[in-house]
Design a protein around this ligand. Structure first.
Ligand code: ADP
Ligand code: GLC
Length: 492
């Protein structure tokens, strides 16, 4: 064990690091719609390396059942009281890469969609919340810290502390990590009273009320012992109304309990030297394989076979958060005036999906819009592209830019949240940097930055320097895990 942890333990009069249960709606590689899953899948492995027994509890979504049913062990079942409903909850156990994952089974709530959307999603995750709290005392494991993630699990601390007095709850500590404050779980008072039996006294501005509604995220922010988000910059940004989506009041009130811990990526899964999803391999010193990946990507996606044209890529949820308005605003100007190729892999808002499908018609051979979700294709896109565009309106952390850098694709980002904390913009005077960035959420600023990136593309020594720095950056989870370990310890 690290000396720092030994000292901290001594201060607390303890001899063991705390056991931790992470609760989340998705967990890679079992289920995934975005970066939350990556983090929940990777963090426990890095915590284990520090000597922390960290386990995960997550819904047994149908996608998991389809792939892992024969590896799962049934532990026990019970019935969850959800308002007037009594719902079956099975607890299954799966050990993957040495990490124990508890899966909450219910065919109705965890069927074909990880997120139901709309009001029903509040019931879906109310069920999960109740199932986790009811299962806790009966698991073959006694956590001291319950680490909740985003609004889907934010009610666990509130209900745990208000409805489950005594017993193991006395000693439990709750951490809430905000991965995205734009999603809060907002419902009517009657709805949460019915589903979760929340008492009237908690439906006030002091507790979970915001703008006349019950807000799951706010409940979590009030009742968690500590709060963190996924980058230092986003931790500062969410103190301001522009980013906090109405929660700046409670966040400022709890300012001393809020911190920012940057995410990492799984360096084993995302390794261009060994990635089984790539047709050729490469590393910082030997990049021939990257050229082969670019050729393979061009061929597969119907792009012209040209090794020396700058290939820009996006792998993303297609939402406003990710800056699609900016892309839509300048795409035609870019495609008609620059010699470039553009590859999009994404899914999301239909207006953005349609816009990109139509653009593909206009620029066939130079632009490809693959509308959908494909883990496998995403690796080839990271490896085969020269530049990776991420012009987010806000970005709590962002994993895609880190993955892109590891695969030698230079990020072009807006300076916000985790993008600001992970990308060092190119300085044309010193040659330093590992990507490109622009300050304002402005389409023409982005356009200008893309033009600068294209100019750099034709300067061999500049590109060499930038790609080398990008591939050198260490975004492993080890440092983040250390910070989480410190945070867990200081909560005890
Ligand atoms: P967010 O969680 O906000 O979507 P992140 O950058 O943190 O953004 O994480 C996104 C993760 O999801 C990355 O691992 C990225 O490769 C993956 N991803 C996003 N969209 C797709 C897609 N259409 N197909 C495959 N992977 C995707
Ligand atoms: C959210 C954020 C993203 C972050 C991810 C993992 O989806 O949008 O920025 O990287 O969570 O923390």
């Amino acid at each position: 064990m690290k000396k720092e942890f030994r000292d901290l333990l001594k201060e607390k009069g303890r001899d063991k690091l705390p056991a931790v249960l992470l609760a989340a709606a998705e967990c890679a590689p079992l289920s995934k719609t975005g970066g939350l899953a990556d983090v929940v899948g990777t963090l426990p492995k890095s915590l284990a390396a520090l000597g922390i027994d960290a386990r995960v509890i997550t819904p047994y979504h149908r996608v998991i059942k389809e792939k892992y049913a024969d590896q799962v062990e049934h532990m026990f079942y019970f019935y969850v009281q959800l308002g007037w409903r009594r719902e079956y909850a099975g607890i299954e156990k799966l050990v993957l890469d040495g990490v124990t994952i508890y899966l909450v089974d219910n065919e109705h709530y965890f069927g074909d969609r990880i997120y139901w959307g709309g009001e029903a999603e509040g019931e879906q995750y109310a069920f999960f919340t109740r199932a986790v709290l009811d299962a806790l005392p009966n698991l073959d494991f006694q956590p001291e810290v319950v680490h909740c993630n985003d609004w889907h699990t934010a009610m666990i601390p509130m209900l745990g502390r208000t409805q489950y007095p005594g017993g193991m709850q006395e000693n439990l500590r709750y951490l809430l990590t905000i991965h995205n404050i734009a999603f809060q779980g907002i419902y009517s008072f009657d709805y949460v009273k019915d589903l979760l039996g929340v008492e009237d006294k908690y439906l006030t501005s002091e507790f979970m009320e915001l703008n006349g509604c019950a807000n799951y995220m706010k409940g979590g922010l009030v009742f968690s012992h500590k709060i963190n988000t996924v980058s230092p910059s986003y931790a500062r940004e969410i103190m301001m109304p522009y980013y906090a989506e109405g929660l700046e009041g409670i966040l400022n009130a709890r300012h001393d309990d809020v911190s920012g811990i940057i995410n990492g990526i799984d360096k084993v899964t995302f390794n261009p030297r060994t990635d089984p999803l790539l047709p050729a391999h490469f590393d910082r010193g030997h990049r021939k394989g990257k050229a082969a990946c670019k050729a393979a990507l061009q061929e597969r996606m119907g792009l012209e076979q040209r090794p020396n044209v700058p290939l820009f890529a996006m792998v993303t949820r297609m939402t406003e958060q990710k800056g699609f308005d900016l892309v839509a605003c300048v795409l035609d100007d870019m495609m008609s005036r620059e010699d470039m190729q553009f590859m999009l892999l994404g899914t999301g808002d239909s207006r953005f999906e349609n816009f990109m499908r139509q653009a593909e018609e206009r620029y066939r051979g130079r632009l490809c819009a693959y509308i959908g979700y494909s883990e496998e294709l995403s690796h080839l896109v990271y490896a085969g592209s020269d530049f990776f565009l991420m012009p987010s309106r806000f970005e709590p952390c962002g994993l895609s830019q880190m993955i892109a850098m590891r695969y030698g694709s230079l990020p072009i980002v807006r300076e916000t949240g985790g993008l600001r904390d992970t990308v060092q913009p190119y300085n044309q005077y010193t040659g330093e940097g590992d990507g490109f960035s622009f300050a304002n959420f402005d389409a023409w600023e982005m356009r200008d930055t893309i033009h600068k990136a294209i100019e750099a593309y034709y300067k061999k020594d500049v590109m060499e320097g930038l790609i080398t720095s990008a591939m050198k950056a260490d975004f492993g989870f080890e440092l983040s895990a250390m910070e989480y370990a410190r945070l867990y310890l200081c909560m005890l």
